[in-house]
Design a protein around this ligand. Structure first.
Ligand code: NAP
Length: 452
């Protein structure tokens, strides 16, 4: 690594300094160093302070880097060197994971350091613990001492400033519903499947080649990455802490080209959505699932790796935030915004907004549904479906059937009237036991049409 000028390493500077320790020098960490280094004079003007990156932790110090380590910055493979350095006042955690990263963030906070992180998995797994640690650390600080800050703009939708919007722009408003395309990898894949007619495997390969997939793509295609982000947004929007695994989560692995043909027949497309809605003053419901989205819906036009979150609220009504949900510079940009706020002395005592007592999570929701059933042709299929729908109190809105090419393996689709997910699950379990039914049925909500 070569040493070059630290963002503000001028020996003649008369400004106060803020000292940063960065843990992680990969995609995001490298972007943060580059942005801070190239804009140092501007940031000094904005904050009145010189920003010094004095420590950097990486896993392998011998690896060559695609960014320049600032002059005077000590590089280590032990993040304890960074969080235990008394001269470092702000830790930027961009190494990822939930074990070592937890140690790093928790110990940094206990050491009285501000923390900026991009780590959605860590926050989703330990949100209440982080919240109470920040609170107790600040309660223990001497009167008149600036409280420690915990900032995480980059953790949800990378470059889109959705966290600061949820923290600051709805204070006199009431959020009713959030619907978002909050995983860029799967949106890229679904766009290639729909627009370019690629298969699931081809589109996953394309997303991996372009660096959109996580190291373990199950987190993307299984919907788990989206669920972590939805959980964080739910806390900010509704004040409710929901254990991640209680949120109904279906990924895109079971989608086929046929589903896009049927969605097109209905006048729309399919998106992996995270949706959360306030059902009443005491109940919130949520899901992560592929969903049918009509072509005239703003979310249908969000293509490729772009993310978008639509927030419906009483005063603002519908507001959509869209942009780059990942990537070096979009994500690093959000981290840098947090760093500047910390340096400037901005204080946010409630990084997750207030918790709303008495609001409960309900793991069921109401929507119109799309149910795709594979079958081998025989008499009585429609009668069976009609009878089972009636037994499960499911109103059939339409039945779609492409011309049959193979009588032993064909598919048709039922769209339903608005009904609870729990009823659809029971119907599907019974229908799958029929002799004509091949494999597992696939079902997903139709967004808007009374979703929830
Ligand atoms: N990439 C994105 O677009 C994006 C978007 C939003 C949020 N995020 C979040 O940002 C975080 C970082 O992501 P990334 O894409 O930058 O990851 P990355 O490219 O894999 O970089 C991780 C960095 O952490 C270092 N590291 C790993 N374990 C370490 C340890 N035990 N001690 C010290 N350093 C360690 C690695 O060192 P070596 O280089 O030596 O291996 C590497 O420099 C994650 O939480 C991720 O979820 C990323």
């Amino acid at each position: 690594m070569s040493d070059v000028a630290n963002p503000s390493s001028s020996s003649t500077s008369l400004h106060a300094t803020t000292t940063l320790g960065i843990v992680g020098g990969g995609t995001v960490g490298g972007g943060i160093v580059s942005i801070l280094t190239s804009n140092a004079p501007l940031f000094t003007t904005m904050t009145g302070k010189d920003l010094l990156i004095t420590r950097l932790a990486v896993r392998d110090t011998s690896k060559s880097r695609d960014f320049i380590t600032p002059e005077g910055c000590k590089v280590t493979d032990d993040f304890n060197d960074v969080i235990n350095d008394p001269s470092v006042d702000t830790i930027v955690e961009v190494m990822g994971g939930t074990t070592l990263a937890k140690d790093c963030v928790f110990r940094a906070l206990k050491n009285g350091k501000n923390v900026v992180t991009a780590n959605k998995a860590l926050i989703a797994a330990y949100l209440p613990e982080i919240e109470s640690l920040v609170k107790s650390v600040n309660e223990d600080r001497n009167e008149g001492t600036k409280p420690v800050e915990f900032r995480y703009e980059a953790a949800v939708c990378g470059g889109i400033p959705i966290i600061s919007s949820m923290q600051g722009d709805y204070v006199g408003d009431e959020v009713e519903m959030i619907s978002g395309i909050i995983n860029g990898c799967t949106n890229y894949m679904l766009t290639s499947m729909d627009r370019d007619g690629l298969s699931y495997d081809e589109s996953l390969q394309g997303a991996s080649d372009l660096g959109y997939a996580e190291a373990d793509p199950t987190l993307d295609v299984g919907g788990f990455d989206a669920r972590s982000k939805l959980k964080i947004l739910m806390r900010l929007a509704f004040g409710v802490d929901v254990p991640e695994d209680e949120i109904s989560c279906k990924g895109i692995t079971d989608l086929t080209k046929e589903d896009f043909e049927y969605a097109s027949m209905l006048g729309g497309t399919i998106k992996l959505l995270g949706v959360a809605k306030k059902l009443s003053s005491t109940e919130v419901a949520a899901f992560v699932s592929p969903a049918y989205v009509a072509n005239d819906d703003v979310l249908a036009s969000i293509s490729g790796a772009t993310n978008a979150v639509e927030v419906l609220s009483s005063n603002l009504q519908a507001t959509t935030y869209s942009g780059q949900g990942a990537g070096r510079y979009p994500t690093a940009n959000s981290c840098v915004n947090d760093i500047i706020k910390v340096c400037r002395g901005d204080v946010n005592p409630l990084p997750f907004n207030s918790k709303q007592e008495g609001v409960e999570f309900v793991n069921d929701f109401k929507s119109k549904f799309y149910i795709r059933l594979r079958y081998r042709d025989q008499n009585g299929i429609t009668a069976d479906c009609g009878r089972l729908c009636e037994e499960h109190e499911i109103g059939i809105y339409s039945i779609l059937q492409n011309p049959i090419k193979n009588r032993n393996d064909a598919a048709f689709v039922i769209t339903t009237d608005s009904v609870n997910l729990s009823k659809v699950k029971k119907f599907v379990a019974e229908v799958e036991g029929k002799s004509w039914c091949r494999g597992e049925a696939f079902f997903m909500p139709l967004l808007r049409d009374e979703a929830m």
